[in-house]
Design a protein around this ligand. Structure first.
Ligand code: PLP
Length: 409
């Protein structure tokens, strides 16, 4: 019988035995690693003697974190990076060049939207925005220069869910890569390969870090895409076969842009991974309790959480995310003023911009994350002045409900 996620996470061996039999992977804070001879270091640089040389390129503690994710997900290759945004930008840049395009959901985390609309467009990389919950519209935008379809497994903060198998079928039909940002549904509740996702990108700052301990990101290659189909990875496919994507990432982006994860961060992320499954269970149970309470409260106009059976995305959440579609919800009050009054009365839930901290966090996206966008653009993205986003933590559910009840008075 397959062991649980947590049992497996706690028992993944280190790449090399520790001389002291430490039960935790040591934190290698070293910048450089020494070689016994000039011949050895030369062989290493020629790619003939694998070993760590310099921590911007690779590091033993970071490698152990990558190895754990690889074993737990069954992925082909895994790369850890300095943040979720560095994972997203490196993944896109390594499969595209000037004149290429990607097709992406419009409903995205604000900085991903800004990356596509403002940063990558300046280098001639076009993003064609679409509603990914309507697969036909996705297919209509694909042409010979399309290199990837990109979407969030649960969009932040709209909390919409696309049918991933349908997106995957379209990607396969056109030979383009399917990339999912699975920040809100990390491994332990979502097995991306089972639904035809080729590459997962993720902010491990959120669930995996163990509760806001550190900023980090992951790129997970499921090994399902034929890299010779993309002219930008074809040469690497000839040389590295199935490893083409991570090889190109490591050689042309990760190393050269300097977006490495530090050993110290990897240590937090390793511990966070071990606790991931139990933290998700607790956050999800709390989120359901709060969503149900808010749903029944007369002062609350609407509640959006795909774990509620009233959600139009409930069936997809059940199928794709074991019925546990993360622990982020949004809800609406009468007006922006009512939202601010409510937020200012909270004592346990904190006013902060992060997700999946151990503490419950609340934010008013309209006046914060999306404040630079014109009003009509915000409304088009489903960012309403009456809406708040709540990231539910691991406190006692009754304490959170009491906090909300008092603030809604
Ligand atoms: N993707 C999603 C869905 C996010 O919510 C975030 C951050 O909130 C990111 C990516 C970016 O992650 P990071 O802050 O680690 O760069």
């Amino acid at each position: 019988m397959k062991k649980s996620f947590t049992t497996r996470s706690l028992n993944i061996p280190f790449p090399k035995d520790d001389p002291h039999n430490a039960l935790a992977m040591p934190v290698y804070e070293a910048v450089a690693f020494e070689f016994d001879s000039a011949e050895d270091i030369s062989a290493n640089f020629r790619g003939e003697l694998p070993a760590h040389t310099y921590s911007r390129t690779s590091n033993p503690t970071v490698e152990y974190f990558e190895r754990k994710v690889k074993v737990l997900t069954g992925a082909h290759q895994v790369l850890a990076l300095s943040s979720g945004m560095s994972a997203i930008s490196a993944a896109i840049m390594s499969v595209c060049r000037q004149g290429d395009n990607i097709v992406s959901g419009r409903h995205l985390f604000g900085h991903s939207l800004a990356l596509f609309e403002q940063s990558l467009s300046a280098y001639g990389l076009e993003t064609r925005f679409v509603d990914t919950t309507r697969p036909d519209e996705v297919e209509a935008l694909i042409d010979e220069n399309t290199r990837a379809i990109y979407f969030e497994t649960v969009t932040n903060p709209q909390l919409e869910i696309a049918d991933i198998e349908k997106l995957s079928a379209i990607a396969r039909r056109h030979g383009v890569l399917l990339i999912a940002d699975s920040t809100i549904t990390p491994p332990a509740i979502f097995s991306s390969a089972n639904f035809g996702v080729d590459v997962e990108v993720m902010s491990t700052t959120k669930f995996i870090s163990g509760g806001a301990t550190s900023v980090g990101g992951l790129i997970i290659d499921n090994g399902t895409y034929d890299w010779s189909k993309n002219p930008n990875t074809r040469e690497f496919a000839g040389k590295f076969g199935k490893d083409a994507f991570i090889a190109r990432l490591r050689k042309n982006y990760y190393r050269n842009f300097g977006t490495c994860m530090t050993a110290h961060t990897a240590n937090y992320q390793i511990m966070g991974l071990d606790m991931l499954e139990i933290r998700i269970e607790r956050c999800y149970a709390n989120c359901m309790a709060l969503a149900t309470f808010l749903h029944n409260h007369p002062n609350v106009k609407s509640v959006h959480y795909p774990g509620l059976s009233s959600s139009p995305y409930y069936d997809l959440a059940l199928k794709q995310f074991s019925g546990k579609p993360g622990s982020i919800m949004t809800f609406d009050l009468e007006s922006q003023e009512a939202c601010f009054r409510f937020m200012n009365r909270l004592n346990i839930i904190r006013r902060a911009t992060n997700l999946n901290d151990n503490k419950s966090l609340i934010i008013h996206p309209y006046s914060t994350i999306y404040c630079d966008y014109p009003e009509e653009e915000r409304l088009r993205m489903g960012i309403r002045p009456t809406m708040m986003r709540l990231s539910v933590g691991i406190e006692g559910a009754a304490d959170l409900i009491e906090d909300i009840e008092n603030a809604l008075l």
